[in-house]
Design a protein around this ligand. Sequence first.
Ligand code: SF4
Ligand code: SF4
Length: 59
Amino acid sequence: MPEFLAERCMDCGGCVGVCPHDSLDLFQGFITVRASCTECDLCVRLCPVDALASVRGPR
Ligand code: SF4
Ligand code: SF4
């Protein structure tokens, strides 16, 4: 699942809306990724400030 780089995030909420599995939570500038993430990378591509990085774990 994507790695979150908190120091880059500008709290826009765009990634939360784009996730097809509702896997992202945004709270006070911090994103958490739920286990339901399928690593589709839509959020990674959407984030305007590269605060989400694609990290593919073992499946
Ligand atoms: S990689 Fe895809 S499924 Fe995972 S949090 Fe991002 S948009 Fe959602
Ligand atoms: S799209 Fe990027 S900047 Fe916006 S809330 Fe998500 S991680 Fe933060």
